[in-house]
Design a protein. Structure first.
Length: 277
């Protein structure tokens, strides 16, 4: 396990990442520039209250706030359970599953901070219409890698240029905001996949709504996506969990999804009602 860096160094790094001077941050934190200088150089140890105030002003993500508090000699703010199997998080797990089921017949997924799949609803199967390399479906299944890999969904995405630009732009901003080395590495990996030129990516990344147009056995399915985060939880797995929902972008997609799910439900009900030998 890597040693925790001095708290002053961590604060300086976050201040510089946010583009603030010591005077700027001191003003935001209601302290003096001299005190800020002493904190960053290690001549003064910040109180727990000051550390929490600095973390707020610097918009430090929850996981990094824990690291900041430990570096300052204080206890972590957030617990670190696993939503997949922690008994204490069972109510949250049930709530996530309820949201996913409630979104049917439209696809929905729950992912962690690094975009690894935690849960899904039944409608997601319409996006996996065969032709995906098995290694991309192994745990931990990364949904961004699955989307953009040339052996994943990418060959079936009709607007791959704009969708790739949208995902890379979003991932880059997330990596910059969190300073997460895993997200930076994922961004480098996905950027190296075959795709349109950088100029095209830059111009496409700023669209307000970027649809996903996917070739399927039924024709072309068109979606827009939305993201939902939990509000002020005290566990890291919940802070970092996101529910990504896909909504039909046209009536034909909506109708096909409704019909497809009803058909699958009918087949399942018929199978369960068959007499056993």
């Amino acid at each position: 396990m890597n040693a925790i860096r001095p708290v002053g160094e961590l604060i300086r790094d976050w201040r510089q990442r946010r583009g603030l001077s010591q005077s700027n941050l001191a003003e935001l934190a209601n302290t003096s520039a001299r005190h800020m200088s002493f904190i960053e150089t290690g001549r003064s140890q910040p109180s727990r209250t000051m550390l929490m105030r600095l973390a707020d002003r610097l918009d430090v993500p929850p996981r990094e706030r824990n690291l900041l508090m430990r570096a300052g000699g204080w206890s972590a703010i957030y617990s670190e359970g696993r939503i997949q199997d922690d008994p204490a998080l069972e109510p949250a797990r049930e709530a996530v599953e309820l949201v996913l089921r409630g979104h049917e017949p439209y696809p929905a997924i729950a992912v962690d901070r690094n975009w690894n799949l935690l849960a899904r609803n039944r409608a997601l199967s319409v996006l996996h219409d065969g032709g995906i390399a098995p290694f991309l479906l192994q745990a931990p299944l990364n949904v961004l890698r699955l989307s953009l890999h040339p052996q994943g969904l990418a060959p079936r995405i009709l607007n791959l240029g704009s969708w790739r630009a949208h995902l890379l732009h979003r991932l880059r901003r997330q990596a910059e905001a969190t300073a997460d080395p895993m997200l930076r590495a994922l961004h480098r990996e996905l950027s190296d996949y075959p795709g349109p030129a950088a100029e095209a990516l830059a111009s496409a990344a700023h669209g307000f709504v970027v649809p996903l147009r996917l070739r399927a056995s039924c024709g072309v399915l068109s979606f827009i996506s939305t993201t939902t985060m939990f509000k002020n939880p005290l566990d890291l797995s919940l802070c970092e969990l996101a529910v990504e929902t896909f909504l039909p972008a046209d009536p034909a997609t909506a109708q096909w999804l409704r019909t497809s799910l009803l058909s699958r439900q009918g087949l399942q009900a018929g199978s369960e009602s068959e007499p056993q030998p």
